[in-house]
Design a protein around this ligand. Structure first.
Ligand SMILES: C[S@@+](CC[C@H](N)C(=O)[O-])C[C@H]1O[C@@H](n2cnc3c(N)ncnc32)[C@H](O)[C@@H]1O
Length: 232
C-alpha cells in the first residue's frame, strides 16, 4: 500500500541506497533496541543457540548479526543494498560473509540456512512476496524465518515515514510502504511458510522514557515480529 496517503510529514523522499548511505553516520545513535531486539528476546522460536547458520537479509550495520552472535549463533551471512551500511557491518565483524545484494535476490546458497532473519527492512519493499520466496529458497528443511517489521497501524496512525536528519539538518524520508498483517500472512503462506509465532510491541513506559513526545501513541502497536517455519 502506498504510504503517500498517510504522510503527515511531507519530507523530501529519497531511495534506500541514498538514504541509508547518508543516515549511516548517525544510524546507530538513532535506532532503538526496543524497536526490534526487544521483540527478538520475546520469541520462543527459534532456539537461537541451536541455530547453526543464519542468513541476515538487510543486515545494515550488523546490529541484528551482533545480537545473534551474543545469543549463540556462530555462522551468519548477510546481504544489504547499501555499501556504506555494509562497511560498518564488516568493521563490526559479526558476519562471516557479507554481500551487496537485494534481500529478494541474495545470491546466497539454496537450502543452506536453518535461520533466515530480516529486521526492519520490509517497509522499503513494494512487494513482500519476493522476500518471502527468497527466504524460503535459502531455508534448510525445518528452518525458521524471523521477520521484524514496523507495525502497519503505527505507520498509518503516525503518518511518519522511515526518516533521518541529514548533515544539513534537513529531515529526509526513505521510500516507505505500508504492508498490512494480511499482506505478510498471504506472502508467507504463499511462499510455503507456516506461521509459528507473532508478537506485537506497543508504545509503553519503556518507550516513553526514550521518546516522551510519543505519549499520544501510548498503547499503540509499534513493531511486530513473526516466526515462520519451513515444514518439509
Ligand atoms: C533500518 S535498517 C535495518 C538494518 C538492520 N537489520 C538492523 O536491524 O539494524 C534497513 C536496512 O535495510 C537495507 N535495505 C533496504 N531495502 C533493501 C533491500 N531490498 N535489499 C537489501 N537491503 C535492503 C538498507 O540498506 C538498510 O541497511
Amino acid at each position: 500500500m502506498d504510504f503517500e496517503t498517510f504522510d503527515a510529514r511531507g519530507y523530501r523522499t529519497v531511495d534506500v541506497r541514498t538514504g541509508y548511505g547518508e543516515w549511516v553516520a548517525d544510524y546507530e545513535n538513532t535506532v532503538e533496541d526496543v524497536m526490534d531486539l526487544a521483540l527478538l528476546e520475546r520469541l520462543v522460536e527459534p532456539r537461537w543457540s541451536a541455530v547453526s547458520r543464519a542468513a541476515d537479509l538487510g543486515c545494515g550495520t550488523g546490529r541484528t548479526g551482533q545480537w545473534l552472535r551474543e545469543h549463540g549463533v556462530e555462522h551468519i551471512d548477510g546481504v544489504d543494498v547499501t555499501p556504506e551500511m555494509l562497511d560498518l557491518a564488516r568493521r563490526r565483524g559479526a558476519h562471516e560473509r557479507l554481500e551487496e545484494a537485494d534481500a529478494a535476490a541474495t545470491g546466497l546458497p539454496s537450502g543452506a540456512y536453518d535461520l533466515v532473519i530480516c529486521s526492519l527492512i520490509d517497509e522499503h519493499l513494494e512487494d513482500l512476496r519476493p522476500l518471502y520466496a527468497e527466504a524460503h529458497r535459502l531455508a534448510a528443511p525445518g528452518a525458521a524465518f524471523v521477520l521484524v517489521t514496523f507495525h502497519p497501524h503505527f505507520i498509518m496512525t503516525s503518518g511518519m515515514p522511515t526518516h533521518y536528519t541529514n548533515a544539513e539538518g534537513e529531515p529526509v524520508a526513505i521510500a516507505t510502504n505500508v504492508h498490512l498483517i494480511s499482506d505478510h500472512v498471504a506472502a508467507g503462506l504463499g511462499a510455503g511458510w507456516r506461521l509459528a509465532e507473532l508478537h506485537e510491541n506497543v508504545v509503553d513506559d519503556t518507550w516513553l522514557k526514550i521518546k516522551p513526545k510519543w505519549e499520544r501513541f501510548r498503547n499503540h502497536p509499534f513493531s511486530a515480529a513473526y516466526t515462520w517455519r519451513e515444514d518439509s
